[in-house]
Design a protein around this ligand. Structure first.
Ligand SMILES: *Cc1c(COP(=O)(O)O)cnc(C)c1O
Length: 392
């Protein structure tokens, strides 16, 4: 089966062979009856497949995991209560005292906080460097390095990293690569095919796609996922609810058409902004002016719905604020990847946890605005931005 067919049909037979429901049932049970003591014992020993307790497994949640594994073309998936739960679980599972993790210098704000402020409390060494340069990664790799962590396109500057080059280097050095694919879920790009070991996702964004759930996922080979599940997941306990899993399953059915249309709309808006006299620069990998345009074209099938731009002139902070205050159709809200367009000001919102110096180092200007383009008529969105920009 191809992508959208799997997203709509995979595993439905098994989850409801009784009534033939065409949508996944929501199993709102915390526990499961055993026929007798022997069966209970066999389940605990793993000798018989079946449910025990919903912190571990639940039919609705399992169907989502199955479809997410198929989506990324990975062997297995674990569904988690949020994207941060997926990320923190993976890192705490693989790293122990004395290990070192090397991450790209621009990553999701929450992940940056987790790696730079929480991991060191457990005796884990952390460093950040620029993953666009292979030499720099090599210089930062230490004897105790275990994980290379990165995402592409990056947030909020939409820089594109060469996934294949990074994973080849990691393989040579015997390191595990963990890659956050929230910004470009399939069909936009397939990191596992480019050599990544473990993909993490925030289902909250494109995969859910309707701003109505928080969720996450970890996808990869059995060799990593099985111990992750048995030794860490069930004890950390970041289980997603069956109801949120159902919403994610529903979102998944339209993922392909949504991201394609969002990418089309975003490219039109990026081109409009690029020509606008009040805009200093636009960051969107689908623009020929983007420094990583050719790499993006090689690595991705389309470029997603997120773009960023800097308003021109002095007092960028205030100008960006007044723009986000003045648009009417586009919601002033963080998050991304949903059917409705969202606009935000990184310096005062998503990236406000960074110190001004950390922001400057990451290239996040005070006048930067991030836009997640939804599925509204693109002409309406352009008109909305035009109106907002005309007043600043
Ligand atoms: C939102 C996001 C996360 C965190 O996901 P939550 O579901 O909010 O926990 C991680 N990585 C990226 C790239 C994100 O955009």
């Amino acid at each position: 089966m191809k992508l959208s067919t799997k997203n709509i049909h995979l595993g439905l037979e098994e989850i409801d062979p009784v009534f033939g429901s065409v949508t996944p049932p929501i199993f709102t049970t915390s526990t499961y009856r055993f026929k007798n003591a022997a069966q209970g014992a066999a389940r605990f020993l793993g000798k018989e497949k079946g449910m025990i307790y919903s912190r571990f497994t639940n039919p609705t949640v399992d169907l989502l995991a199955k479809r997410l594994a198929a989506l990324e073309e990975g062997e297995e998936a674990i569904v988690t209560a949020s994207g941060m739960a997926a990320i923190s679980l993976v890192l705490l599972h693989f790293l122990k005292k004395g290990d070192h993790i090397l991450a790209h210098k621009v990553i999701y704000g929450g992940t940056f906080e987790f790696i730079s402020r929480i991991l060191p409390r457990f005796g884990i060494e952390v460093s950040f460097c620029d993953f666009s340069y292979e030499k720099e990664i090599e210089n930062f790799i230490q004897k105790n390095t275990k994980i290379l962590y990165f995402e592409s396109p990056t947030n909020p500057l939409l820089e594109v990293l060469d996934i294949k080059r990074i994973t080849s280097l990691a393989k040579k050095k015997g390191l595990i690569t963990v890659f956050d694919n929230t910004f470009a879920p399939p069909p936009l790009q397939y990191p596992l095919k480019l050599g990544v070991d473990i993909v993490v996702h925030s289902l909250t964004k494109y995969i859910g796609g309707h701003s109505d759930l928080i969720g996450g996922a970890i996808i990869g080979g059995k060799k990593y996922l099985e111990p992750l599940f048995q030794k860490s997941f069930i004890f950390f306990g970041p289980t997603l609810s069956p109801f949120s899993s159902y919403l994610a399953l529903r979102g998944l059915t339209t993922l392909e058409v949504r991201v394609k249309k969002q990418s089309e709309n975003a490219l039109k808006i990026a081109s409009f902004l690029e020509k606008h006299p009040k805009i200093e620069k636009v960051y969107y990998p689908g623009l020929e002016s983007h420094p990583n345009y050719y790499l993006a074209k090689k690595q991705m099938t389309a470029f997603g719905g997120v773009l960023s731009f800097v308003v021109k002139g002095k007092g960028g902070y205030k100008k960006a604020e007044s723009l986000v205050n003045r648009v009417k159709i586009i919601n002033l809200a963080v998050s991304l990847g949903a059917v409705e367009s969202l606009i935000e000001h990184p310096a005062s919102m998503t990236h406000s946890e960074l110190t001004p110096n950390e922001r400057k180092k990451a290239g996040i200007e005070e006048g930067l605005v991030r836009l997640s383009v939804g599925l509204e008529e693109v002409e309406d969105l352009i008109e909305d931005l035009e109106r907002g920009l005309s007043i600043i």
